[in-house]
Design a protein around this ligand. Structure first.
Ligand code: NAP
Length: 251
């Protein structure tokens, strides 16, 4: 695998306080990047900072706020930008969603991807930068208890693909990638989703876990995101992430 050194480069991760984002932050930090970790919960970020020996920059802010996106992209000009923050969807069938609950992930996850990706293109970030946006396997397979979640995540995949095309057309050299992890109960968000599907099927949580196969742990996700950021073999595009690893699924 051809790699480019992350050591001494700046990485910015949204949704860094727990779950995948926390593991991605640790993996990029371990690879030598100077990481800026963003989420709303300052206390959890402070815990992470003390775990990593204080060499982490933390920002308590709303990733979906366009001003936050514009200011932080200009301030840090990250070589690696991981747009991971995501809202927990209200786990109910469609008829029990309101428009507000249905559109929650559009207002957080998709809005975030739109603002940060737009800022990355217009600044622009330096050539050889990588922008990784967290979509979901639900964008391919649907998620009937999560309202607009699957559609919001499919839109993130499209936005990332459009940005890759614009980067190519303008010769910017910024690599835009979307990652579609399959469901894992190993995070707060994934655990709540798996529990809702178990209740719906009238089976216990462990049964759903078995049906999902081996769970991917946040550390596994962190490692693959750090590999994507450092490996120049991975072309711009969309990648399904399963416990077996990353698989390119085209733009
Ligand atoms: N777990 C899965 O099975 C799975 C599968 C496919 C895709 N994904 C996607 O992977 C990403 C991470 O999932 P996860 O399971 O690790 O979720 P999680 O455990 O619920 O963590 C979500 C993170 O996002 C942050 N966040 C939420 N809203 C935010 C906002 N407006 N601004 C800044 N930070 C915000 C949260 O921190 P604060 O609350 O402190 O802000 C937290 O750090 C999400 O985009 C999710 O949709 C997860």
């Amino acid at each position: 695998m051809a790699t480019s050194e992350l050591s001494g480069t700046t990485a910015l991760v949204t949704g860094a306080s727990r779950g995948f984002g926390r593991a991605i932050t640790v993996a990029l930090h371990d690879a030598g990047a100077d990481v800026v970790a963003l989420s709303r919960n300052a206390e959890r970020l402070a815990e992470l900072q003390s775990q990593l020996g204080g060499s982490l920059t933390t920002v308590a802010a709303d990733a979906a706020d366009p001003v936050v996106a514009g200011q932080l992209i200009e301030q840090y000009r990250p070589r690696t930008l991981v747009l991971n923050a995501g809202a927990p969807p209200l786990m109910r069938p469609i008829q029990h969603q309101t428009w507000e609950s249905f559109s929650r992930n559009w207002e957080v996850d998709t809005r975030q991807a739109f603002h940060w990706i737009r800022e990355a293109l217009i600044l622009p970030l330096a050539p050889q930068s990588t922008v990784i946006a967290m979509s979901s396997g639900a964008a391919l397979f649907g998620s009937p208890l999560s309202g607009g979640y699957a559609g919001a995540k499919a839109a993130i995949r499209f936005i990332t693909g459009y940005a890759a095309e614009e980067s190519g057309r303008a010769g910017l050299g910024i690599r835009f990638v979307s990652v579609l992890p399959t469901l894992t109960p190993a995070t707060d968000r994934g655990g709540a989703a798996a529990a809702a599907y178990a209740r719906r099927a009238g089976v216990d949580f462990a049964e759903v876990g078995k049906g999902l196969g081996p769970a991917h742990e946040p550390d596994h996700v962190g490692k693959h995101i750090a590999d994507l950021a450092s490996s120049t073999d991975h072309a711009p595009g969309a990648y399904l992430l399963t416990p077996g690893g990353l698989k390119e699924i085209s733009q």
